[in-house]
Every structure is written in C-alpha cells, then in structure tokens.
Design a protein around this ligand. Sequence first.
Ligand code: HEM
Length: 280
Amino acid sequence: MNNKEEINLYIEERQDTLIWMQDEVQLEILEEVVTFILNDIKQKFQTDILTLRDEENQYYEIDQIVEFKRPHTYITIPQRHDVKTLAMNSLRQNRSIYHISNEKVLVEKFKGTRKVESIDYALAVIKKTNQKYLDTLKGIFDDLVIQPKKRNSVTQESQQPIQQQQNQPESPKFGQQPKEVASPSWISKRALNESIKKCELKQLTLEDVSKHNTSDSAWIVINSKVYDVTHYLNKHPGGKEQLMRGVGNDGTPLFMQHHPWVNAHYLLEHSQVGFLINHK
Ligand code: HEM
C-alpha cells in the first residue's frame, strides 16, 4: 500500500518535491515547508512577488497548495520574462526532495541525476528561517522604503502656515518640493555604484579562493559569490573559529547547515570580490 503524498513546485530549472506520509503530517508543517521553499526562491531570484498556478492555469495561495494538495504548481515572477516556465514534463536540472515528518525535514539535492547534498533540518530551523526571512525583509524594506517615509514625517512638521514657510531662507525641506522628493536620487546613485562595482568583480576559481585561507586574508564562497570576510571574522555572531571553518573554500554547505535564514549577500555585499567559476 502506497500512502505517500507528493507536491511539486516548479520554476525554471528548479523542481522542489515535498513527500510525506498521508495523514501523518500536520497541514501547518507542510505550509511552513512550502513557505521555506518559496522564501528561498524569492532570495535566489531576487524578488518578493511570486505567483502560483496549477496545470489548469488556476492561480492560488500558499495555504491552498497544501489544503488541496495540488500535485503540480508552477511558479512565475510577474514582469520577469527572463524567468521561464519549462514544459510540464521537462526534466529539471536542479531537483530537491523534501522528506517531511512532524519533527524534521530531510532534503536531498540533485544536479541532474547526481545527488549532491543531503541536509537534515529540524522543524524548528525551518520555522526560524521563515521568521528570520520576514525580519530580513523588514530590514531591506527599511532601507528602500522607510527612508522616503522619514522624509514624509518632516513634511508633517513643515505643515505649518504657508507664510512661515515663505519667510524661511532657501534650504528646502523635504515635502515642500514634492517633485524632488519623488525623484529618488539615492536609488540611481546606488544603482550606479552597483553597476560600477559589478564591473570590478573578478571571475575566480576555487583554487584562487583557497589561497586566502588565513585570518589575514580570508575569502569565502557563499552561493557562488566570493567574499573577503577578513574584516568580518571578529564580527561574526557565531565566532571567528566557526567562520574560519569555511574560509578558503565553498562555505555554502556549512553556512546552510547553521543559518539558512541569514541573508549573506545583504550583509557582505560590499565585501564581494568576485564570482566563482568552474564550480563543480
Ligand atoms: C561558512 C562558515 C560559517 C559557519 C560554520 C557559521 C557558523 C555559525 C554559528 C555556529 C552561529 C551561531 C548560531 C547560533 O547561535 O545559534 C552563527 C551565527 C551567525 N552567523 Fe555564521 N557561520 C558561517 C558563515 C557565516 C557568514 C559567511 C555569515 C555572513 C554573512 C554569517 C553570519 C551569521 C549571522 C548573522 C549569525 C547570527 C544568526 C542568528 O542569530 O540568527 N555566518 N554562524
């Protein structure tokens, strides 16, 4: 008797399969795992908006995936035409299988048919990751959106009688000139800095990275990006020794094992020295 249940989530070359024993796993747990996967996809594809639909092109929400146990869910990112949905039966290169029980989730990762990794997550880690993702988002959100809001709070202060405003010398306050406020110069400056920096980033091999394996020059690979973490060693909340375990190497598996919820790129963006190539 086969009473296994299965749900598949697809985006581009990626397929995430959830497997569990019928009636043995609570719906909330399945929902946490689906959220975990979708958050990971959001980070990898640098988006916060995903749409989900089934084979019949019906759009639905996360809780409906687990409630109705749709076997095949296709994920798209609105307005990102570079992210394609492959034909239904195409074989995807990056497959992960999540074996779910009420206590833990065993994730097996495959490249083609080759199994490349196997990670055991306690359920508490999955939940913490989802929570941390929300917190991180809040951080990013602060950076991008709260700033203009802070300016708005100045607007309230300056909602004084118009005469008083006119008497004030030049120095325009935010809110007095809505057009300028609407032109977010800080975004274009940031975009410009980023594009300049991207040109400076090198293509590096694991051999290049392995030469920087001391606390005087410490490089680490996280998700195919190479960071110089020399200055971060003493700031790492888990301690210098822990971080040194991944230095001079691809630290992604260790990183994922300890804190998949941490957004490394957000923290180390300015320390990126390049991209990893020839990655097997
Ligand atoms: C690859 C090697 C690494 C290892 C073995 C490692 C290990 C650890 C450990 C054991 C902790 C403490 C977890 C706890 O207190 O529960 C920790 C915390 C932390 N690490 Fe790492 N880490 C690594 C790389 C990194 C990198 C590259 C970053 C940065 C961008 C980073 C950022 C953090 C942060 C932000 C925390 C605090 C997480 C929290 O409290 O939620 N770690 N790390």
